[in-house]
Design a protein. Structure first.
Lengths: 142, 159
């Protein structure tokens, strides 16, 4: 489906919407995939020629290659009509900016994960301690 | 299929797989909010059955039934070799770090030079691990001597 890719900005806008729709519904999934872009502009002919010459050609490509990010709501089979599919191509130079924003969107979108919030977990102190410990651990690492 | 206990190990192994097969390897991030009404397919997410004794004690049953939490699963998969590396978490605090890991792996997918302390030189270090297990002190010193291993060791020491 080349040609259907969204711009990075549009992708983020729709990804935020996808997270929100899951959150509203109370259940469901969001799938995000990243992969080296192997189809499109320059590759189809050159890559097969390279592959014939050297099976390990892809280990050291001459130029940085773009990567493709896909997002979906994981609906398939009988629910195929409800499926949401987003994709965007990130150019090598845009990677850092993209991932910075990606992190923000993911952090705000994944609200149903276990939080470090202590006030809510006063009921069982053992668990609270555990969560707190893991939290500070993560902080140190970050 | 391998389920790894820490995100750091997941990052290291994914990075190695990606170096070996940069074109076919994909990384899937799955964020799932379980449906509380539907029967879960996986045993892990199923609520424990309420026994007669537990149901008579309201405080126990409340503690035994934690609210269903969303899960985040990271999966690195290479369809050519069939290698599959997974890491699963339910902690919101990890999201930022995990996306940063995705960013690093994304750079190596794009064949961009890795940023400063990216684990590029970790591959040879992996072979030094077995001797370090046999002789912990000596092995550790040896690994720290090798430049690339320093960052890896540091992180392990912090835990």
């Amino acid at each position: 489906m080349p040609g259907n890719h969204l711009s990075n900005d549009e992708f983020f806008t729709q990804l935020v919407g996808l997270f929100e729709s899951r959150q509203k519904k109370g259940h469901g999934s969001v799938l995000l995939t990243q992969k080296r872009l192997t189809q499109g502009e320059s590759s189809a002919t050159t890559s097969s020629a390279k592959a014939a010459d050297d099976p390990l050609w892809d280990l050291h490509p001459p130029h940085p290659v773009p990567i493709i990010i896909r997002a979906s709501n994981g609906k398939s089979k009988e629910r195929r009509p409800d499926k949401v599919k987003l994709s965007t191509v990130v150019q090598p130079g845009d990677l850092d900016a993209f991932y910075t924003r990606y992190a923000e969107v993911c952090k705000s979108g994944m609200q149903a994960l276990k939080k470090r919030d202590r006030s809510k977990r006063k009921k069982d102190k053992a668990k609270k301690k555990k969560a707190g410990g893991a939290g500070t651990d993560a902080e140190k690492k970050a | 299929m391998v389920n790894l206990p820490t995100s750091q190990e997941w990052l290291e192994q994914s990075s190695q797989l990606l170096q070996a097969r940069p074109t076919t390897t994909r990384i899937t991030t799955k964020y799932t909010i379980p449906n509380p009404t539907a029967k879960s397919k996986s045993k892990k997410q199923r609520r424990p059955p309420v026994t007669a004794a537990a149901s008579s004690d309201p405080s126990y049953s409340a503690a035994a039934l934690p609210p269903l939490r969303a899960l985040l699963t990271l999966k690195t998969y290479d369809p050519d070799s069939g290698a599959c590396i997974k890491y699963q978490t339910d902690k919101a605090a990890e999201v930022g770090r995990l996306v940063a890991s995705l960013g690093r792996l994304g750079r190596s997918m794009a064949a961009m030079p890795a940023i400063e302390d990216a684990p590029v030189s970790d591959a040879p270090q992996a072979e030094e691990i077995p001797p370090s297990k046999a002789e912990p002190i000596e092995g550790k010193q040896q690994a720290q001597g090798g430049g690339g291993g320093a960052s890896k060791r540091k992180k392990k020491g912090k835990k």
